[in-house]
Each structure stands twice: as C-alpha cells, then as structure tokens.
Design a protein around this ligand. Structure first.
Ligand code: GLN
Length: 288
C-alpha cells in the first residue's frame, strides 16, 4: 500500500474526499469520491458507508493517486473512469463524446410520456454516446431506433454502448448540416445539438471547456439556432403526419426555435422547462 493511504473503506473515502479539490463544494467532492472508489474497488456505496474492510493493492493505490491528480487538473470524473451514468445506466464515455447530462434524462421522460405507442420509429440526430436511443430502446422494447453523428469516433462509442445493452440501433455517419435524415416514416425525431454560443463559451467551467468535445458543445456559426434550422427542415421531410420533433435547447432561444418550427410547418409547439425552471425543451407536431 502506498504510504498514507488507509485501508478502512470509510477512512479511504475521507482520504479521497479531502484530497479532491472542488473549491469547497463538499457534496461534489463526496459524489466524486464515491464514484472513484466504487469503480476502483468494485464495492457498493453501502460498503463504504458501513465501513466494510477493503484491500487496496499497491497497484490500485497508485491508480487512486493518479485519479485524484487528474480530478485536480479539472478532468471530469466520467472521463477518468470511462463511464458516466444516464437514466440509471452506465454508458461508456471518452473525450470524443459529451458526457450525458441530467437535463437530457428529462427529455427521455417527456418523449416516453407523450408517446405511449410501443412500436414507434425514432431518430436521434447527434447521438454522441448513444444515450438517447439506447435508453429509449431499453425503456420501451419494441421501438425502432436510428441515430446519426458526424463524428466517426463518437459513433464508435455509441456502437459499443448499444452492444453493451444489447439493443439493435441503426447508426449513420452523417453531418446534418450537409445531408438529410436517411430514413422515412418516422414517428419521432429527437436532438440535443450543440447550443452554446461563443459569448457563453467564456463563462463555462474548465472541466467542460478544456475536456469535452467542442464540436458537441459550441455552435460553429453566429446563428444560435443553426442546427435547429437544419434538423427541423430535414425532420419535416421524414416524419409521418402527426409525427413529433423534440429538441433540447439553450434556455435563451425557446422563442427562436419555436418560430423555426412554425416556419417548417410544425404545430402544437410547446416550450418545456427543466427541473431548474429553465426553458430547456421544445416539441412540435408535424401537420398532416
Ligand atoms: N447542456 C450542455 C452543457 O451545458 C450543453 C449541451 C449542448 O450543447 N447540447 O454543458
């Protein structure tokens, strides 16, 4: 065992927590400590809380110290461990994909609640980890899911995740700014495209800005709803009558995204807030 690292699981937890720098945010330090120890020791949170004894081999002590160091350099814990949780399931992540966000879990709930039909055809634009179509397929077996991403590296991760969860999803390597959606008769098109503006970029935390893929976060143009325009027009061509579109949005652009949906002849448009009370989703229905 490396010097100074305790082997009681509770003391070990306190050691990690007290060596992680989270600018005084105790809850964040604790959350990260649990994630690291659960992963490294293959224990449960309860094992730590109940202080069950653990054996920390020398090799793992070294790894633990490296993890703490990387956390303190600002790297997101999900990249360090190679997985991040979404809707209660671990997904493989690496620096080629955005780490799934809890807001997007609300998007899943919205889609499942508004579309009780068991045999829908769903297309996700800009899938990243694949967390949206994979979760929908797991929660509602019988759905036929498709997804695209412009990044071959992201698609590789999405395919690994689909395999891990044994769901069959058709993936396409397509840049939605250049090409259309390749399948027809869709019931649902969903997307969480890049929506952070250049102005907002400066205010982002370092863990996001320095480590997550910029192509998944930032709008590559002055037009804040660039992706929404392309996706709305291309979805309108592929959705069945009454088929629905669901977007995750930047809270500043609910009205613009809604207007764009009107221009593409969608109806029943609604802006929906996230649990923090911010405009976060827009949905519309294709007219007949
Ligand atoms: N919600 C993400 C964030 O705030 C951004 C995701 C996106 O651009 N689609 O970091």
């Amino acid at each position: 065992m490396a010097q100074g690292i305790p082997d009681s699981s509770k003391k070990l937890f306190e050691f990690v927590r007290d060596n992680i720098n989270t600018d005084g945010n105790q809850r964040e330090a604790e959350a990260k400590s649990y994630l690291i120890l659960e992963h490294l020791l293959k224990v449960d949170r309860n094992d730590i809380i109940l202080d069950r004894s653990v054996t920390l081999l020398a090799e793992k002590s070294k790894t633990l110290l490296k993890y703490i160091d990387r956390i303190n350099q600002g790297e997101p814990v999900q990249y360090i461990l190679g997985e991040g949780y979404f809707y209660g399931r671990p997904f493989i992540v690496n620096s080629n994909v955005l780490i799934p966000r809890s807001e997007t879990e609300e998007l899943i709930e919205l889609i499942l609640n508004e579309n009780p039909d068991k045999r829908l055809r769903v297309f996700d634009v800009g899938t990243g980890t694949g967390c949206i179509p994979i979760t929908l397929a797991k929660e509602r077996p019988g759905l036929k899911c498709f997804a695209l991403d412009f990044s071959p590296r992201a698609l590789k991760v999405a395919r690994q995740n689909a395999e891990r969860y044994n769901v069959s999803i058709e993936f396409f390597l397509i840049d939605i700014l250049k090409e259309g959606i390749p399948v027809d008769h869709l019931d649902v098109v969903v997307s969480n495209p890049p929506y952070i503006t250049r102005k907002e970029m400066e205010h982002l935390e370092r863990t996001v800005k320095d480590f997550e893929p910029h192509t998944a976060l930032f709008i590559p143009d002055e037009d804040p709803i660039l992706f929404y325009r392309h996706i709305a027009a291309r979805a309108a061509a592929r959705l069945k009558p009454k088929g629905r579109i669901y977007f995750e949005i930047n809270e500043e652009y609910g009205a613009d995204v809604s207007k764009c949906l009107v221009e593409n002849r969608f109806q029943n448009i609604k802006i929906i807030k996230d649990i923090h009370g911010k405009d976060r989703f827009v949905r519309g229905e294709k007219s007949i």
